[in-house]
Design a protein around this ligand. Structure first.
Ligand code: GDP
Ligand code: MG
Length: 443
């Protein structure tokens, strides 16, 4: 099952040997984890093909091993498999907001109405629920008690068989009583495979109450069979979202989630237990991080990101040492510094530069505020000025740039002085680097 993914990653990071053989074995482990989780075989092979391709093509930044990079690739591809890196919007765009629940009997609709009511109550909304399941004996009582427990208003008509009428009157009544979110529970008495009848019923009630959102509840145990239902639902209603319940009770949860994601439908929540608290907003990134082992993965991803930025910065520094310094190089360097934080700290991370910190002191003191001003000055420059900083010896240009960027002429002169400092520094660095290289060749 999905929990085997973590083991596959752990094994990968421990093993040594030729990289291509490792990738091959790893990909097989990933397949062995996903197929028993009932993920569609075609999806599994597409996923592992992409992982293999990227693993063999991409070069990790310095400081990151190829195996670590492979874990990052896996993370990204799994996030895609489970719905991409967007976050579902669970806050209603306006109130009152009417949600209608649909789904086959036993999928967990009524339970989920209670969970949603609690969820929205805790966000501060006044919530009301409507018991429009007139088929199942005890459905009225089940929802009334849930509403009581979570502090939601309740509407129902015990004994009535008029589901459409109850839904309509319930929404109207609860709206009058000031409910901001109204959730309508329905029957959905059809079995698996009877998508058509289920969607037909949904249309009838929807016509009567005109919901703002229809939520389809799917039992995770349906696994990859969820695909057909989710697909037809997704095609039938533009205001639909999906809740996958009972993620706690089956090994097929991964199959259900990936199948639904493959239809393009939005999964908003997952149910993870019978209790009213056991509802989660579904965030593919977080879900995947949890499967792969949250703590380790997060620190790995952070490390990679940091090293990527430092790597870019190092490249800029090397370019600066090798080539001509212009405002274009200064511009690039300042932007990267903005991303990386204080110059001094960045330089400490670069082995070759840490020894020369003192000669950078002036540059290290560039403040956030100054940086912003300088960047806007450079945004006002002509190409000619960007390429030939010495043009700023002309006072008329300094004045024009100050006006263009909305700063003082002293700011422009300061930037020009910074350029001269960096140029001087780079000259020094080049000399020292030559010396260091000669020394290291001796040693
Ligand atoms: P409905 O017929 O669609 O309204 O389904 P119910 O809400 O009555 O739920 C059917 C059964 O599934 C009940 O026994 C619930 O306790 C159970 N159930 C619902 N959601 C979950 C869940 O997320 N996890 C588990 N383990 N059980 C659930
Ligand atoms: Mg029910």
């Amino acid at each position: 099952g999905l929990e085997d993914l973590r083991r596959a990653v752990g094994k990968l990071l421990k093993r040594s040997g030729p990289y291509e053989a490792l990738v091959k074995e790893y990909v097989r482990d990933v397949q062995r984890a996903l197929i028993p989780a009932d993920v569609n075989v075609r999806l599994v092979f597409e996923l592992t093909r992409r992982i293999r391709e990227r693993a063999l093509q991409e070069r990790p930044p310095p400081g990151v091993s190829r195996r670590e990079w492979l874990v990052k690739i896996t993370y990204e591809e799994l996030v895609k498999l489970f719905g991409g890196d967007g976050e579902p919007e669970v806050k209603p765009r306006y109130t009152p907001y009417v949600i209608m629940m649909v789904g086959v009997q036993g999928s967990g609709k009524t339970t989920t109405v209670g969970k949603l009511a609690k969820f929205y109550r805790s966000m501060g909304y006044r919530v009301g629920v409507v018991a429009a399941d007139t088929y199942r004996p005890g459905a009225y009582e089940q929802l009334r008690q849930l509403a009581d427990r979570v502090g939601a208003m309740f509407y129902g008509e015990p004994g009535s068989k008029d589901a459409v009428g109850i839904a309509r009157r319930g929404v109207e009544e609860l709206r009058k009583r000031g409910a901001e979110i109204i959730i309508v529970d329905t029957a959905g008495r059809h079995g698996y495979g009877e998508e058509e009848a289920l969607l037909e019923e949904m249309k009838n009630i929807a016509e009567a109450i005109n919901p703002d959102e229809v939520m389809l509840v799917i039992d995770a145990a349906m696994g990859q069979k969820s695909y057909d239902l989710a697909k037809r639902f997704h095609e039938a209603t533009p205001i639909g979202s999906i809740i996958v319940t009972k993620m706690d009770g089956t090994a097929k949860g991964g199959g259900a989630l990936s199948a639904v994601a493959a239809t393009g439908a939005r999964i908003k929540f997952i149910g993870t237990g019978e209790d009213v608290d056991e509802l989660e907003v579904f965030r593919p990134k977080r879900f995947v991080a949890r499967i792969l082992g949250m703590g380790d993965l997060e620190s790995l991803l952070e490390k990679i990101e940091r090293l990527q930025s430092v790597g870019e910065f190092e490249k800029t520094m090397e370019e600066m040492m090798a080539g001509k310094i212009t405002f274009r190089t200064i511009y690039k360097q300042l932007h990267q510094m903005k991303k990386l934080g204080p110059f001094r700290k960045v330089l400490q991370m670069l082995p070759g530069f840490s020894a020369m910190l003192d000669s950078f002191d002036e540059a290290a003191r560039v403040s956030e505020e100054k940086m912003k001003k300088w960047i806007s000055i450079m945004d006002s420059m002509t190409f000619e000025e960007l390429d030939n900083p010495e043009l700023l010896e002309q006072r008329s240009r300094v004045r024009r740039l100050a006006i263009g960027a909305g700063v003082e002429t002293s700011d422009v002169r300061e930037l020009y002085n910074y350029y001269k400092t960096v140029k001087r520094m780079m000259k020094q660095l080049r000399k020292r680097k030559d010396i260091l290289e000669k020394l290291s060749r001796l040693g």
